[in-house]
Design a protein around this ligand. Structure first.
Ligand code: SF4
Length: 233
């Protein structure tokens, strides 16, 4: 359970902020029912600071388009809400909405096949695609201090380091409208995000074992992956 000194939405039993079932013209929900670790209670200043950001016209428009995209992913039917769009189509639709023409694809060499498919799909949809794979630069791993026994293919093998910083720089310098991350390794993705200066979205994250679907381990954490839930004493 979250301590009451820092935000812990993931532990929240109420999710009062969703105000589900209320009419559009209802009042904001009362904070009386939120838990003590609710960020609305702990950090009220963050909300006014954030709303000030949304008041900047470009930010407001971007946020509006993102919410329109979210809306278009559902269909209201007599029997309830249905979802409609896979992420790939969402990326295309959102990029179109934003008026983007040139997209940057930062991909992992392990997903070169998928990068080819993504590029073909985006190009067929009228986008120009700048793509850069992680091993670009051909810099050996020794350059960042990797020892021979830390190389995947063995101590004697040449191994090119993943170079997410140069991926970001090439994408920045290519003046793309938006970057798309495809399967970068954990940590390498962190560096790419740190150095990427253009709007960025993620098509897929890497999970070598689960077909790039890390949530599969959560969905099976009651059975095959129950080791994930073991408490460290
Ligand atoms: S913001 Fe508050 S009410 Fe909403 S999920 Fe977080 S803790 Fe719960």
């Amino acid at each position: 359970m979250a301590k009451n000194t820092y935000p812990g939405c993931a532990h929240c039993p109420t999710r009062v902020c969703e105000n589900r079932g209320e009419k559009a013209d209802s009042r904001q929900p009362s904070l009386d029912k939120v838990p003590a670790f609710c960020p609305m209670k702990l950090m009220p200043e963050a909300y006014s600071a954030a709303m000030n950001e949304y008041d900047k016209s470009a930010v407001k428009e971007f946020a509006r388009l993102a919410s329109v995209q979210e809306f278009q992913c559902y269909e209201r039917r007599p029997d309830g809400l249905r979802t409609k769009l896979p992420r790939m189509e969402e990326v295309i639709q959102f990029a179109r909405k934003c008026g983007y023409k040139r997209l940057g694809l930062a991909f992992c060499g392990g997903l070169a096949y998928e990068a080819g498919l993504v590029t073909e799909i985006l190009e067929n949809n009228g986008f120009e695609v700048v793509s850069v794979q992680c091993k670009t630069g051909a810099v050996p791993k020794e350059r960042i201090g990797i020892k021979p026994d830390e190389k995947i293919a063995g101590p004697e093998a040449w191994e090119t380091m993943c170079n997410p910083i140069v991926q970001a720089m090439i994408i920045n310098w290519s003046k793309v409208d938006m970057a798309i991350m495809l399967g970068l390794c954990i940590g390498h993705d962190t560096l790419f995000i740190k150095y990427c200066d253009v709007p960025l979205t993620v098509l897929a994250v890497k999970d070598r074992v689960l077909g790039h679907n890390p949530l599969a381990a959560l969905y099976t954490s009651g059975t095959y992956y129950n080791r994930l839930k073991n408490k460290i004493e």
